[in-house]
Design a protein around this ligand. Structure first.
Ligand code: B12
Ligand code: SF4
Ligand code: SF4
Length: 412
């Protein structure tokens, strides 16, 4: 998951990144440098010590199908309003276009499996379900620091240039991870590992070192279709293809505008991200719970009452979600999501929580407050509508008040 304003800061300015700077500051003692298998072994040991569950290497030219596949995905419009996915596409699809000197790509995976059923909260519609990756410290911060440590060793012991990436740069992490043999891209498009199931977060180190490449992993999905069938918003036009515009992760995290009425019921009580297609994968049975303490789950974030979440003011929102990916999305979009969950809850007692936001400064929030109230307490909404419409100038908020009862999303 990426924010456009982070792309630039994610790319180390100096050609070698932090590790290379380290090298440049010291005279190279050529005799002490490692190469080939020995260097790879030293890097693997450091990766293990930093808590990575898996590490493997791909050659820089290992994803020849990526440019065509990325182009097809973008041409289909599946990226929605993530305009940054349609920028720097040559660099994204080929590591050598991003950095001409790169020879090897070290791919690393951090296990974030939980202990219980990741979908348990979906059975409690008056509570908010937050996806597993987001109920903890932001992985970008945690993994970036660890990647720098591994890259630093690679630079110091191999005399190599390095750049580190986690999520926010034009890098196709999943195809690279498959090419390196960390796992394969399942039919849900996420990388699945035979040891860790769907629960690996990825990071990459580009390096000028020629490291021995590992074998790519092959597809082990077989005839299984579980992930495709469970998707609540039917976001897979075909196996191995995701239309992000219909994916709840995109809608609740990346999408800045109003969420289409047709898609709202499928969102249920998922207020930040979605784990459904990942959680049903049979390969998860081999996954052990995450050990990395800096990625420890913050249990208190799971299943908070929607009424409480809708009542958080800005300071309380920031304090509750400090350090997590939820905070980055901001309170306005968070409230939009919470109000959709309230509208989906089927609990008339939550109507007050919706009504409390009818006069919110943000049209995004006002619109979803009207939608939720109309679903939970149509009679009260009908009484309030004339006054609301007299004062409302935003066309999309007006449209929520004026949509015919039982409008199209109820048929979805
Ligand atoms: C954009 C993005 C999103 C978008 C789009 C997701 C997508 N599938 O592209 C949205 C916002 C929806 C999203 C959601 C999520 N994301 Co995200 N996201 C990214 C990001 C930044 C880029 C992904 C990308 O390049 N997409 C473009 C398309 C073209 O690439 P693709 O999915 O690889 O598409 C391939 C297939 O279509 C394939 N293909 C096409 N036809 C065929 C045919 C066959 C036969 C085969 C085999 C393949 C195939 O070819 C394409 C190229 O390889 C990456 C980080 C990064 N820089 O890589 C994280 C990343 C993929 N996200 C991640 C996570 C954790 C998630 C969520 C689980 C979060 C959540 N719980 O809510 C969900 C998962 C939803 C899902 N089912 O994908 C992790 C996944 C880790 C892993 N194990 O794979 C990543 C790698 C971030 C990280 N550093 O860990 N994400
Ligand atoms: S994350 Fe959820 S909405 Fe997105 S594709 Fe998977 S199941 Fe569908
Ligand atoms: S649920 Fe089945 S089809 Fe989907 S990724 Fe896992 S094994 Fe593949």
């Amino acid at each position: 998951m990426v924010r456009p304003n982070q792309i630039a800061t994610e790319l180390p300015a100096a050609a070698g990144g932090p590790g290379a700077r380290h090298v440049a500051q010291r005279p190279l003692r050529q005799s002490g440098l490692l190469s080939g298998e020995k260097l790879k072994r030293a890097v693997t040991e450091r990766a293990r010590a930093e808590g990575f569950a898996a590490m493997r290497v791909a050659a820089a030219d290992a994803i020849p199908l990526a440019p065509e596949r990325l182009r097809a995905w973008l041409e289909a419009g599946y990226h929605g309003d993530m305009a940054w996915m349609d920028e720097r596409t040559a660099e994204r699809a080929d590591p050598r276009a991003l950095w001409s000197e790169v020879r090897s790509v070290v791919m690393l995976g951090m296990n974030y499996a939980g202990e219980g059923d990741p979908l348990a909260m979906l059975a409690e519609p008056d509570k908010g379900a937050i996806s597993l990756y987001a109920r903890r410290r932001d992985y970008h911060d945690v993994i970036k620091g660890k990647l720098k440590s591994v890259a630093g060793l690679l630079a110091a012991r191999g005399g190599a240039g390095v750049k580190v990436f986690v999520d926010t740069a034009p890098v196709m992490e999943k195809p690279l991870a498959q090419a390196a043999g960390l796992g394969w891209q399942g039919k849900h498009t996420v990388l699945v590992s035979r040891e860790h199931g769907s629960w690996l977060l990825l990071g990459a180190i580009y390096t000028t070192a020629e490291l021995p490449a590992d074998e790519p992993e092959r597809d082990h999905c077989g005839s299984c279709r579980r992930c495709l069938e469970i998707c609540p918003t039917k976001a897979f036009p075909a196996p191995y293809q995701l239309d992000a515009r219909r994916c709840i992760a995109y809608l609740t995290i990346e999408h800045q505008g109003h969420i289409d009425a047709e898609l709202r019921p499928g969102i249920g009580n998922r207020i930040f991200g979605c784990d459904d297609c990942l959680a049903v994968c049979p390969w998860n049975k081999f996954a052990a719970a995450a050990q990395e303490t800096r990625l420890a789950l913050r249990e208190e974030l799971d299943g908070r009452p929607l009424a409480e979440l809708a009542g958080l003011d800005d300071a309380a929102f920031r304090s509750l979600f400090a350090g997590t990916p939820v905070k980055r999305t901001g309170r306005e979009r968070f409230l939009r999501n919470v109000l959709i969950a309230i509208g989906n809850s089927g609990r008339p007692e939550l109507a007050d929580s919706a009504a409390a936001h009818l006069d919110a400064p943000s049209p995004l929030v006002r619109a979803m407050a009207a939608w939720a109230l109309r679903r939970l307490d149509p009679a009260r909404a009908a009484k309030l509508a004339p006054a609301a419409l007299r004062n409302e100038i935003d066309p999309q908020v007006r449209a929520e008040w004026l949509a015919p009862a039982g409008h199209r999303e109820d048929a979805a």
